[in-house]
Design a binder for this molecule. Structure first.
Ligand SMILES: Nc1nc2c(c(=O)[nH]1)N[C@H]1C(S)=C(S)[C@@H](COP(=O)(O)OP(=O)(O)OC[C@H]3O[C@@H](n4cnc5c(=O)[nH]c(N)nc54)[C@H](O)[C@@H]3O)O[C@H]1N2
Ligand SMILES: Nc1nc2c(c(=O)[nH]1)N[C@H]1C(S)=C(S)[C@@H](COP(=O)(O)OP(=O)(O)OC[C@H]3O[C@@H](n4cnc5c(=O)[nH]c(N)nc54)[C@H](O)[C@@H]3O)O[C@H]1N2
Ligand SMILES: [Mo]
Length: 778
């Protein structure tokens, strides 16, 4: 399989005809059955199913088609007519499959039957569900529970997640990392510290009242495209959008609504950002400090003249602590330092601050560009401080809007998937189920990786996801992985994590969310929480991909029953028969947050669970919202050296995390390859290299490990000098496990210190490396 590579500017807006064509391609490739049209119509509707792609909010009055290009790709991916059957595994050894690309593996389609790894033949062979559960249970009973890790990717429902967390605690550990540990864990830690609520404080209704939007480090056009509808409407009402991002992401620039016949036929586009500031990767603290400095100094000067100031002093006095020290230190910071660290001129920061100063209400929208840094928490402390200066938290049209990743990643945390015992109502669980839950801190993702490297972790259960591919340090982690005793993966499609096996390994296929889930009492629905803390029911209708699939709750119950001694207070079978009973149990554990779950899950637009900071109730140590000073203006955690770059790892428009839908990244003008390294043309010249050269990248680190990725095609790109960009997960061998946000331990995937060298014999115009699609089934 090979594909032509072409790289060049792409001029069209986000949305528009480009999105229709891209969707058409994948529909064709997945050979989706004609009935898929109906599923797209049901996507994100009140009586439909919640999109399996991102966690963006679902409106109470949905559009006729409440889905986006990438949500539809995710639906097509799940409803594909391709199948990965036992016959496929009979034909290919696991060693052979390890040589296939991520794309080729998932392209085989939905898994159909439970499988056990047979070491003698190096193949996966079919196993009955009973035998799989019995054998896994027997293995787990032999192990020390504290040496095992139960991971979840953020897709499983509230029901499954609650059961899974309870299973782990009844078994005896809190080792419950989830994808959030690689993602918005920084939000959960940092927002909790300074505003007392670990989640966003805004809902969709706030878009209707906000006058200014500050966006930092999020790629709306690819990763939360449905938000473009809210952005477009807000801009039309007069909201001014200001974006900070090293890359010019098309979604934040302009948008044509593919669902508007008028816009599509006339080519009308909406300009989204009025200002676009290409901050250096890791330079946001400095940029925000510049804005704060101007605001505070301008306010001081105005008030000295007897005029009204621009800060909300009433709010600051009543609701916050730390303002005096914060303002003194920020004002003492020089513009020279701010400009150097942010990479932005003082005039640009003042331009942004002046708009912010005039807006009565401002929302702050952000993503991985702030959370995945060594100084990730400081990024968020600074963003909160900027918002507090003008009382922009806890009033309509204003507040924090972290854009979460997986469709239920926030909800999993709400119902007990957490390695932090203090975040889980353990006393409540103890009373409800008559047991003594473990109280010690469990492992998060980075700690699980360290445990696997050191041999301390003996077993890993993955509820969805592709852990081995998503984590840092691929080349160190893969060999360590095989030293575990037991690995069990619950999944819908084959991925690389299923091919790096422990001594004993199982692959358990599950139904997807779009599929009908019939149990003893009838068809079941499940619930999830979106990025704005709204909880929705989701109803699957499609025939499951194979009759031999179990639902995720049934798999968790099967594993739990086979592992644990019977407990009369936990009716696993009753729960699987009727998910409404799981919701009753969830409600009993979380009476304040989730009261009435079974009744309220069907409220149009979802029901909003209480977020105290939204009401200006600050559950922080001080009881107030806190101004915190950053330790440094540089969020990267390292000092730049000559010849060293800050590597930003990126998602393309044709992927969902490690799931690669295709090899095009339309908005960035890349076609047919993911093996590229984006670099500023002036840096290319300064290094005496040329566009198209084939380069190798090496991590600069002091731990004695060699980390490199070879054969990337150097690509001139509009990215700040000193920064380079490459794709995730291909660049994960470069990310050291130890390079993470200081407190949350979220891997710092947005600034890895690297050096670049040209690969011998690969100067442009001479030999080209094999470009196009990496290996697959021939
Ligand atoms: N189609 C699709 N949708 C998805 C996903 C997907 O892979 N595909 N993934 C889902 C998941 S799990 C998540 S977490 C979200 C991720 O969605 P995003 O939060 O958008 O994550 P990324 O694509 O990693 O890129 C973040 C953005 O940060 C910018 N950036 C990098 N470094 C910096 C910096 O230092 N400062 C600033 N200001 N910006 C920076 C990058 O240029 C990029 O535009 O999307 C979810 N939705
Ligand atoms: N360098 C770098 N690394 C990163 C990031 C980055 O920006 N840069 N981003 C990080 C982030 S934000 C995240 S969230 C992680 C993602 O990490 P993960 O959540 O672990 O990975 P995914 O790629 O989302 O998982 C895809 C797999 O999930 C399975 N799956 C899909 N649907 C279902 C389902 O309904 N049930 C079950 N049981 N399985 C299902 C399929 O088998 C599919 O192959 O990666 C992180 N890693
Ligand atoms: Mo994520």
């Amino acid at each position: 399989m090979s594909q032509d590579v072409s790289i060049g500017p792409y001029d069209a807006p986000s949305g528009g005809w480009g999105s229709v064509r891209s969707l058409g391609d994948i529909m064709l490739r997945e050979k989706v059955p004609p009935a898929t049209g109906r599923e797209l119509y049901r996507q994100n509707k009140n009586d439909g199913f919640m999109c399996v792609s991102c966690a963006w909010a679902k409106p109470s009055r949905p559009n006729p088609f409440e889905f986006c290009e990438n949500g539809a790709k995710a639906t097509a991916w799940e409803l594909t007519s391709h199948r990965t059957t036992p016959a496929f595994f009979a034909a290919h050894t696991v060693t052979e499959l390890r040589g296939w690309s991520d794309y080729a593996l998932e392209q085989q389609g939905r898994l159909t039957d439970p499988l056990r790894y047979d070491r003698a033949s190096d193949r996966y062979v079919p196993v009955s569900w009973e035998d799989a559960f019995r054998e896994i249970g027997a293995e787990l009973r032999k192990l020390d529970p504290k040496s095992t890790v139960f991971y979840s990717s953020g897709r499983a429902s509230l029901e499954t997640s609650y059961m899974y967390g309870l299973f782990a605690r009844l078994y005896g550990h809190n080792n419950l990392p989830d994808s959030s540990n690689m993602c918005h864990e920084t939000t959960s830690v940092a927002l909790k510290e300074v505003i007392g609520s670990p989640v966003g404080t805004t809902t969709l209704a706030d878009f209707e009242h906000c006058e200014c939007i500050l966006s930092f480090g999020q790629n709306v056009g690819s990763n939360a495209p449905r938000m473009l509808h809210q952005l477009q409407e807000s801009v039309r009402r007069g909201t001014v959008v200001i974006t900070f991002n090293p890359l010019r992401e098309r979604g934040w620039e302009r948008f044509t609504n593919p669902q508007s016949p008028v816009e599509m036929s006339t080519g009308a586009e909406t300009r989204i950002s009025a200002q676009y500031h290409q901050v250096k990767a890791g330079g946001d603290i400095a940029a925000m400090a510049g804005m704060c400095k101007w605001l505070i100094e301008t306010d001081d000067a105005a008030r000295a003249r007897g005029e009204a100031g621009i800060l909300d002093h009433g709010f600051i006095a009543e609701h916050t602590t730390g303002f005096e020290e914060f303002s003194q230190r920020i004002c003492a910071t020089s513009w020279e330092e701010i400009e150097r660290e942010s990479g932005l001129p003082r005039s640009a920061l003042i331009e942004a601050a002046a708009v912010y100063a005039r807006a009565k209400t401002t929302m702050a929208i952000y993503g991985m560009g702030l959370t995945q840094h060594v100084g990730g928490e400081q990024n968020l402390h600074m963003l909160v401080a900027l918002m507090l200066l003008r009382g922009n938290i806890g009033k309509p049209g204003a507040g924090m809007c972290p854009v979460r990743g997986h469709s239920n990643v926030q909800g999993q945390r709400t119902v007990g998937i957490s390695e932090k015992p203090e975040l889980v109502p353990l006393d409540k669980l103890a009373g409800q189920y008559g047991f003594e839950p473990p109280r010690d801190k469990g492992m998060n993702t980075v700690e699980a990786c360290e445990g696997i490297l050191s041999g301390k972790v003996r077993a890993f259960i993955g509820l969805g996801g592709n852990f081995v591919r998503a984590i840092p340090d691929t080349d160190r982690m893969e060999p360590a992985w095989t030293r575990m005793h037991l690995t069990v993966q619950v999944a819908t499609k084959l991925n690389r994590s299923h091919l790096i096996n422990g001594e004993v390994a199982f692959l358990l296929p599950c139904r997807g969310r779009i599929e009908r889930d019939t149990q003893a009492t009838g068809d079941q629905c499940v619930t999830m929480e979106d990025s704005t803390a709204c909880i929705h029911a989701s109803y699957g209708e499609r025939e499951p991909a194979s009759p031999n699939l179990l639902s995720e709750p049934a798999i968790v119950a099967g594993l739990a029953k086979a592992t644990l001694a019977p407990n009369p207070k936990v009716d696993w079978d009753g729960w699987v028969a009727d998910y409404g009973r799981v919701r009753d149990a969830i409600e009993e554990t979380y009476p304040e947050e989730l009261r009435g779950l079974n009744d309220r899950m069907s409220v149009p637009g979802g029901f909003h669970r209480p977020v105290p900071a939204r009401e200006r109730v600050w559950k922080t140590k001080s009881g107030k919202a806190e101004f915190r000073l950053p330790k440094s203006l540089n969020a990267t955690g390292f000092t730049d050296q000559d010849g060293q770059f800050r590597l930003v790892t990126l998602r393309s428009n044709d992927q969902f995390n490690t799931t690669i839908y295709g090899y095009h990244d339309r908005f960035r003008g890349v076609k047919g390859t993911r093996e590229v390294l984006f670099m500023n043309p002036e840096d290319i010249r300064a290094m005496q290299l040329s566009d198209g050269d084939v380069v190798g990248v090496e991590t600069v680190s002091e731990d004695g490990e060699h980390r490199s990725v070879a054969k990337l095609r150097l690509t001139g790109f509009d990215i700040p000098r000193g920064c380079v960009g490459g794709y995730y997960p291909e660049c994960n061998p470069l990310l050291p496990v130890g390079h993470h946000a200081e407190e949350s331990k979220t891997p710092a995937a947005k600034s890895i210190p690297v050096r670049i060298h040209v690969e011998k014999d690969f100067h442009s115009g001479r030999t080209q490396p094999e470009q196009g699609l990496p290996p697959g089934p021939g």
